[in-house]
Design a protein around this ligand. Structure first.
Ligand code: SF4
Length: 629
């Protein structure tokens, strides 16, 4: 795929497509040196686009096979995409951070964030950043209109993400500079520490631990540039079509969030799914919409608490509602769950990692396996807001035995408790699923199980294909009680969600069940870049990204069998109560996982891509990791 064997050409031989700034900043924190790299040539760009695939391709070329996730040789690549920051589409806000996962140690780690930071990185002149080495002291990177600079971060080391944002904005003297940073959890190498940006946003799943291991507190960006656009008129037209099908947040927050759609909420470590008074008092709180850059979906909200034990606290939340279920799971309800959600974002821990660990310990307390003599006097009682708040601080600072266990994750907690505790863990490959109770649903469960374990999974399927895919997809509606068709539905939705991310779009902005949702995204890409992508080519780009993800893990010892074998037993137990009582995907495993791999051009047991898959995707250079038979 490389031209003249060069990933980053000294001089471009192909024209830079629209949408790209053309440069990636390489930062070596050990030496304090920085270098501009030219973006790869057009054939590589067109295949990989940006986001996960382009960042991962760089990592595949540069990360040693024996690298440790938190070792000095580890690297992170942060990449935007061509539609990021044009301002003429909704959802053009994404940055994706790619790294070797500290949660699993051998699969891909990935976090992706919306908000403003990615837009301002491009305004500062860069499509992406490669972070390598270890700084000798706490450091932050400031990129101001094409000028990168490493600065002393000692003033903000130890601070939460909110204070860090405010202090660094003040320090650089630019009121609308944008900050991507870590809290104490990242500094102390909590393995699920996340990157936090623009108050309401996070790139979750361990990027914060990578920053912490490199003594990098933050990247602050500011600038005035805009990505060049190939055909502005056509982009406006495509962007308007995209806006028409956008799902918009009403700003009313009076329910238990996504759990209501799933008809299940995790209670008491996934031992009940019943939704009761979880949202009590939410209607008293004051909700303010906090839209991302030029996106009318307005998912993020600030919530001023006027109910519960901490009135006056303002929570800053993003799309999704995993941060709610995170605290419903250990028995907290009402606005106290929102108070704790604000706190976990401030200390900077990915929410399900904390929730799944704490819930195992609380279950052990309930069952008499733990008492105050083993918990430094703390009482691990369901719904105890102050104890959970204390445990958040301990996990963020790796304070004491329990702080370390919660920082290392739920399987470590269970190992330390012993007895049957390992049966109560919810995890996939030692990572944790996005924190909802997905168990009643084939599509979402399959998505969680086949994900890398170190990232937010992609896909989830749908009962019918998107209307934009009717020219090629004739199936559906699928039956929620019959596994037939769900693996293909997962494959297809994973491809189009991957594609949206690669071009720098936010998948929350794509209402794929509505006509023109996917076509308007493809047309936005074409108008921005000057390319002539079809939807099929976009889906192939999504598959390419997924296959590269497999190759990265294969190189480090993963095989597809791990997907259904390395799953916490509680996650596969039959649904304990409610409308879907007794349902479990477990009886259809491994068949569904194997079908998923077969349908996406990979061997059902090894997960290795077949040679014709590599050839179709132009990835022959990775044939060593292909399946020969
Ligand atoms: S869809 Fe929601 S989360 Fe995504 S960019 Fe728009 S407002 Fe932000």
């Amino acid at each position: 795929m490389l031209l003249n064997g060069e990933l980053f050409p000294h001089e471009r031989k192909t024209a830079l497509p629209g949408g790209y700034m053309g440069k990636i900043l390489r930062v070596d924190l050990s030496s304090g040196t920085m270098k501009d790299e030219n973006l790869p040539e057009e054939p590589v760009l067109r295949k990989l686009l940006g986001g996960q695939a382009l960042a991962l391709y760089m990592l595949l070329h540069e990360l040693p096979l024996d690298a440790k996730p938190l070792g000095p040789e580890s690297k992170m690549v942060l990449m935007t995409g061509p539609i990021t920051g044009t301002g003429l589409t909704p959802g053009g806000t994404k940055v994706t951070a790619i790294f070797l996962s500290p949660l699993t140690g051998h699969t891909l780690g990935r976090g992706a964030a919306s908000g403003f930071w990615a837009v301002y990185l491009k305004a500062a002149g860069y499509d992406g950043v490669i972070v390598e080495g270890v700084a000798p002291r706490p450091t932050y990177l400031f990129i101001n209109d094409g000028k990168p600079e490493l600065r002393d971060a000692s003033r903000v080391w130890g601070k939460g993400t909110r204070d860090t944002e405010d202090l660094l904005r003040e320090e650089v003297g630019i009121k609308d500079a944008r900050v991507l940073c870590i809290g104490p959890a990242g500094e102390n190498l909590n393995v699920a520490a996340m990157l936090s940006n623009d108050y309401n946003h996070s790139a979750s799943h361990s990027g914060g631990a990578i920053f912490g291991s490199k003594k990098l507190k933050a990247i602050v960006v500011s600038g005035t540039r805009r990505p060049p656009i190939h055909n502005k008129g056509k982009l406006i037209e495509a962007g308007l079509r995209w806006r028409k099908v956008l799902r918009k947040n009403s700003g009313v927050m009076d329910s238990a969030g996504h759990a209501v759609h799933l008809e299940a909420v995790p209670n008491l470590n996934y031992r009940s799914t019943l939704i009761t008074d979880h949202a009590r008092g939410f209607d008293k709180n004051r909700v303010t919409l906090r839209p991302c850059f030029q996106c009318q979906a307005c998912c993020p909200v600030d919530v001023e608490l006027r109910d519960g034990s901490h009135p006056g606290v303002v929570g800053h939340f993003n799309a999704g509602s995993e941060w709610m279920d995170t605290f419903f799971n250990p028995g907290v309800k009402g606005s106290d769950a929102l108070y704790l959600a604000e706190k976990i974002n401030d200390v900077g821990i990915e929410c399900s990692h904390f929730s799944c660990g704490v819930a195992v310990a609380f279950e052990a307390w309930e069952k008499g396996l733990l008492g105050p003599d083993q918990t430094d006097g703390l009482r691990f009682e369901w719904g105890d807001v102050e104890t959970i708040s204390r445990l958040l601080d301990m996990a963020a600072h790796r304070e004491g035995r329990w702080g370390n266990l919660f920082a290392d994750g739920p399987t470590h907690v269970a190992d330390a408790i012993g007895g049957d505790a390992h049966q109560w863990v919810v995890h996939t490959k030692k990572g944790t699923p996005a924190l909802h109770d997905w168990r009643p649903h084939f599509g979402q469960m399959l998505r969680e199980i086949v994900a890398s374990g170190g990232m937010k999974p992609q896909g989830g399927g749908s009962v019918k294909p998107s209307p934009d895919l009717r020219y090629r997809e004739k199936w559906g509606p699928l039956d929620r009680d019959d596994p037939t068709g769900w693996p293909w539905s997962q494959v297809l939705s994973e491809w189009h969600r991957q594609f949206t991310g690669l071009i720098g779009g936010c998948w929350f902005a794509v209402s794929h069940a509505k006509p023109d949702a996917l076509n308007s995204v493809v047309d936005s890409l074409n108008a921005t870049t000057g390319w002539d992508f079809s939807l099929d080519e976009g889906l192939d780009a999504g598959l390419r990204s997924v296959v590269l993800q497999s190759i990265f893990a294969l190189q480090r010892g993963w095989s597809a069998e791990e997907d259904w074998k390395a799953v916490g037993p509680r996650f596969l137990e039959p649904v304990p109560d409610g409308k879907y009582k007794g349902f479990t995907i477990a009886k259809w495993l491994p068949a569904m996982v194997e079908e998923y791999y077969s349908l996406s051009g990979r061997h059902p047991k090894t997960g290795r891509p077949y040679m014709d898959t590599l050839a179709k995707l132009g990835l022959e250079e990775f044939k060593e990791w292909g399946q020969l038979d």
